[in-house]
Design a binder for this molecule. Structure first.
Ligand SMILES: Cc1cc2nc3c(=O)[nH]c(=O)nc-3n(C[C@H](O)[C@H](O)[C@H](O)COP(=O)(O)O)c2cc1C
Length: 319
């Protein structure tokens, strides 16, 4: 099985995994209607869920289309056996890579010792990585993590992870305790690049945290020597963030047209359910033009995609 990470050019971009954001629908939008990143990640998917009666629900998070390639399935959990079984499922589904979440600060995830809590339990982290690697069917296995749990331990933690022959390592430049209240510290990310050069030059290092433009991503590569940059929330303030040429001023109609496609795909995929997820995106498409606040308020009152279409259609602006 080929390691797609190795084929990417230095300075590549990645759309960050974001729960209830980077679902199949949004990934499809990012692959077809907006400038695409070089790599996409799924939302994190519970390994325990994939091995329970809730499997079908969990599998819905792992739907993708060929247009999204290379696409990485992100899984989380603490049970090495279940993580191994989840890796098998991801390989069977035809993903390009498997990522293990060791950075989530969500209380429910931490409570069972998963996500960022793994930073404090290296032995278990090691078992989990090995189980995923053994069951990945040769797919490249990566880890996404933070600088530490409640204090920065990135030198020990990243050194430990780098001893596991990972295909890629994403470092979000904050501890779990810092949540998003502090700016991401890229000097620690630069440190991880130095460590990987000493410990395992084969591992690709991706930096993550607070990047708000493509130009800034390239600056981060120059400053820290990371191989690639992962962008999450930046896509909300600029849906065209992965555009590599100089960014242009976008017209409201361009935003409306992407929203229209998003609503269509959403409706087809969820068959009218989970409309609240769709509402997260209205602010991304409807802003910065006269009357945007009123239109957005109307959209927020809608209860179905059909009603959403009506609001846009009545504006008489969409083709
Ligand atoms: C709504 C939301 C959901 C997220 N869900 C996940 C997730 O499922 N897996 C993960 O590894 N990180 C998750 N994250 C963290 C992001 O991947 C990323 O590390 C973080 O937002 C920092 O990057 P940014 O400053 O570019 O947004 C989430 C972040 C947000 C805002």
């Amino acid at each position: 099985m080929s390691n797609f990470w190795k084929k990417l050019k230095k300075g590549f971009t990645v759309l960050a995994p974001m729960e209830n954001v980077t679902d199949h629908v949004f990934r499809e939008i990012m692959s077809t209607a907006l400038p695409s990143p070089d790599v996409l990640f799924t939302e994190f998917t519970a390994a325990d869920g994939l091995n329970s009666s809730g499997r079908d629900k969990a599998l819905k998070k792992l739907v993708f289309s060929p247009k999204q390639r290379p696409v990485v399935a992100q899984i989380w959990g603490v049970n090495p056996k279940n993580l191994g079984l989840a890796a098998k499922t991801c390989a069977e589904l035809g993903f390009d890579g498997i990522d293990i979440n060791m950075g989530c600060p969500d209380k429910a995830v931490l409570k069972i010792g998963a996500g960022a809590a793994m930073c404090t339990n290296p032995l278990l982290a090691s078992e989990c990585i090995k189980s995923v690697q053994e069951n990945s069917g040769g797919l490249p296995v990566s880890v996404k993590t933070r600088l530490g749990f409640n204090k920065v331990i990135v030198e020990e933690w990243a050194s430990f992870l780098l001893e596991h022959n990972l295909a890629a390592l994403t470092i979000h430049g904050r501890t779990a305790k810092q949540m998003s209240d502090y700016p991401a510290d890229w000097s620690y990310i630069a440190k991880v690049v130095e460590l990987k050069n000493q410990i395992n030059p084969n591992t690709i290092v991706i930096g993550n945290g607070d990047v708000t433009s493509y130009t800034q991503a390239i600056d981060r590569v120059k400053q820290t020597n990371v191989d690639g940059v992962m962008i999450g929330r930046g896509v909300f303030s600029n849906p065209w963030i992965f555009e590599t040429q100089a960014s242009q001023q976008r017209q409201p109609i361009e935003y409306f047209n992407v929203l229209k496609k998003h609503l269509e795909l959403y409706d087809a995929f969820y068959e009218g359910k989970h409309y609240d997820v769709m509402k997260k995106f209205f602010k991304m498409y409807i802003r910065e033009f006269e009357g945007a606040n009123e239109i957005r308020a109307k959209l927020m009152e809608t209860k179905t995609a059909k009603e959403g279409f009506e609001v846009i259609k009545n504006l008489d602006l969409v083709n």
